[in-house]
Design a protein around this ligand. Structure first.
Ligand code: MSP
Length: 633
């Protein structure tokens, strides 16, 4: 790192509330920003939300609100979460901000005028979840490899970015700058994408299909593809093209992402920058995925982990520590509440908590509540001094290389070494005879000075704990602490007033059965028992859908004309999950002896059967074609 540092997180989609994955990336960015400030660098840290596109428009429609209202609501959840997790971002960008829209349009115009955006015909398989077209060979059994859903076949005229033109340049650039994308496994992944010819990128969506986006400055019948919009946030926040911030921070820009969005960041973004005449970012840092007890986190599995639940239950610093200590940057990690509790008890309560509490108790007792310096270090004392200073260098090295777990391991080695020093030096024995006074002062000073260095080293990860330790050591200027003062032994001032506080990390007990943070999806309560005679009263039939249409003014309802041996009309609440045209010809199950009722002025003569899950409704289907009108029992 040079004298300035710029770190970004992905801007998160507003189609779902924040979970532990978003918290991880943002906390890592915060740790880096805090570290860089500690190292005396001019630092800029940005995060925000990505609000345009199909995904958001669809989620808003489901929630029956406008896309803007929907985006406002979820964006606020992110914005309000970060301070609660002690995240110190300098800016929070939304892609709906006016200055961002202006920047996106200025880049589009520039690239268009340079001839790198052209109009053409596109057809292919489009996955709404990924917001992108797939080539047939990329699909697995005809399904999107990420979402396991069937993509729609779409054909339309669109604008394209001449990405292919920059393929050779990008390959050369990555070869010349081996740590452009890191860790190495992800650089290799990008290189292997680039072994195949790069296709031009479709960067528009016709407004007839999607209005929720940034209008193309050269054709107002189209909006911009979300990625072309979203990636540009990283320069909007710096005031591109003229801002002072842009000049200072862009040359030292570092992006932080998980592996899911490697391709847009590793390929689209550098080629877009090149086409716009902007230098590439400095580093792309890619981490792995948090899973929950080995499976993917998802709303429908009901295992989404909410960062605030963990913070409220176990404390913020413990949560931040666990995230950084548990995951090896770059690899996947499985979250388990049990292993979290284990780390709290052994590494935080036992190792660090005990060291602070024992040292402070002895210092207060033997030094009359003040820091006393002495100048008679033994070889053992010198060893501890050297170990502390070497730890500072090791931690710096780890932070520069994104090996956060190793940084924490190094600090914990120093903690354990200091704990061992207490056992070996036995201050309580020294205190028994007055002739050991200077020796006792030396030992206690060494303990307190180690604590000071440890407190600075954990600051990026556990700022609250640093503050508490500093307070106990009588250090008033917590904000003014920097890495320089950790690199030097002996900075703890004589005469500082010491103060004992409560345990830093009380031990916690893990009770599996008691309100686990990872809640398994629960079965809804079963309704009261019915007799066979009651069941016999229910008349279920197979019916074929002949026609389907929306009911004006009813967002959720569809009017269906069905055939089940006789023709009938029914009204079904499935409009948010099924398009009318996709239903014609489908066979469904209908409860046909339900008393007729009027819904939005249309008489319904039966009720179709469908599941009612968190992700919407699914019609009951058949594994082979049934006869229309057949009874279902
Ligand atoms: N909007 C795009 C990013 C545009 S950036 C110009 C997007 N948004 S997202 O909401 O899906 O966020 C993806 C990012 O969230 C990941 O890259 C990662 O930073 C974080 N994570 C989401 N789930 C995660 C895990 N399960 N594990 C770790 N990080 C995860 O993609």
């Amino acid at each position: 790192m040079g004298n300035a540092f710029y770190i970004t997180t992905p801007i998160y989609y507003v189609n779902a509330s924040p979970h532990i994955g978003h918290a991880y990336t943002t906390i890592i960015a915060d740790v880096l920003a805090r570290y860089s400030r500690l190292a005396g660098r001019q630092t800029f840290f940005s995060t925000g939300t990505d609000e345009h596109g199909d995904k958001i428009a669809e989620a808003a429609q489901k929630g029956q609100v406008t896309p803007q209202e929907y985006a406002d609501r979820i964006s606020n959840q992110f914005r309000e979460l970060w301070p609660k997790l002690a995240v110190t971002n300098d800016v929070f960008i939304r892609t709906t901000d006016a200055n961002h829209i202006e920047t996106v349009q200025s880049i589009l115009k520039k690239v268009y005028e340079a001839g790198d955006i052209y109009f053409g015909q596109y057809e292919g398989f489009y996955c709404v979840g990924c917001e992108r077209f797939y080539m047939e060979k990329e699909l697995i059994d005809g399904l999107c490899p990420d979402h396991q859903t069937k993509p729609e076949y779409r054909q339309e005229s669109n604008y394209f970015f001449r990405m292919s033109k920059y393929q050779d340049w990008l390959i050369g650039y990555i070869q010349d700058n081996p740590d452009f994308i890191r860790p190495e496994r992800y650089k290799n992944e990008v290189i292997s994408f680039l072994k195949e010819p790069l296709e031009d990128l479709c960067i528009s969506r016709p407004k007839t299909r999607l209005e929720w986006g940034v209008t193309l400055p050269f054709d107002d019948n189209y909006v911009t593809y979300v990625w072309f919009d979203a990636l540009i946030n990283y320069i909007t926040v710096l005031g591109y093209p003229d801002g002072e911030k842009f000049r200072t921070f862009w040359p030292v820009s570092q992006h932080l992402i998980a592996k899911d969005i490697l391709k847009p960041h590793g390929i689209y973004w550098p080629t877009m920058l090149k086409a716009a005449g902007i230098e590439p970012y400095q580093h792309l840092n890619v981490h792995g995925y948090w899973t929950v007890e080995q499976s993917k986190m998802s709303k429908s599995l009901g295992n989404v982990i909410k960062p605030l639940d963990l913070k409220d239950k176990y404390g913020l610093d413990a949560f931040r520590y666990y995230l950084l200590r548990e995951m090896v940057f770059g690899l996947d990690s499985s979250f388990s509440e049990e292993s979290f509790v284990q780390r709290i008890n052994s590494e935080l309560a036992n190792d660090l908590g005990n060291l602070v509490s024992r040292s402070m108790t002895m210092a207060l007792k033997y030094m009359e509540g003040k820091v006393v310096r002495s100048n008679a270090p033994s070889d053992k004392d010198r060893d501890l001094e050297r170990a502390a200073i070497a730890t500072v260098a090791e931690v710096e090295n780890c932070f520069e290389n994104m090996t956060f777990h190793k940084a924490l391991i190094a600090v914990w080695e120093l903690i354990n070494r200091t704990n061992k020093y207490i056992v070996e030096e036995e201050p309580w024995t020294l205190a028994k005879s007055p002739e050991n006074k200077v020796r006792l002062e030396t030992v206690i000073y060494h303990l307190l000075e180690s604590l000071r260095i440890i407190a600075i080293l954990i600051l990026p990860v556990m700022p609250g704990t640093t503050e508490k330790i500093m307070e106990q050591l009588g250090i008033k200027d917590v904000e003014g602490q920097d890495l320089n003062s950790a690199r030097k032994w002996g900075e703890l001032q004589e005469g500082n007033i010491l103060k004992k506080s409560d345990a830093l990390f009380p031990r916690v007990e893990f009770k599996k059965e008691e309100a686990p943070v990872v809640e398994k999806k629960k079965m809804k309560p079963v309704k009261p028992e019915i007799s066979y005679e009651d069941f016999e009263k229910i008349d279920l039939r197979v019916a074929e859908i002949l026609a389907a249409e929306n009911i004006p003014g009813a967002k959720k309802l569809l009017k269906l004309r069905i055939d089940m041996g006789e023709e009938r009309t029914i009204v079904a609440g499935i409009a948010q999950d099924y398009k009318p045209e996709a239903l014609v010809g489908k066979k469904i199950v209908v409860l046909c002896n339900l008393k007729p009722t009027k819904l939005m002025g249309v008489e319904s003569n039966g009720m179709l059967l469908a599941t009612d899950g968190v992700d919407g409704v699914t019609l009951l289907g058949f594994d082979r074609e049934p006869e229309t009108g057949a009874t279902v029992r």
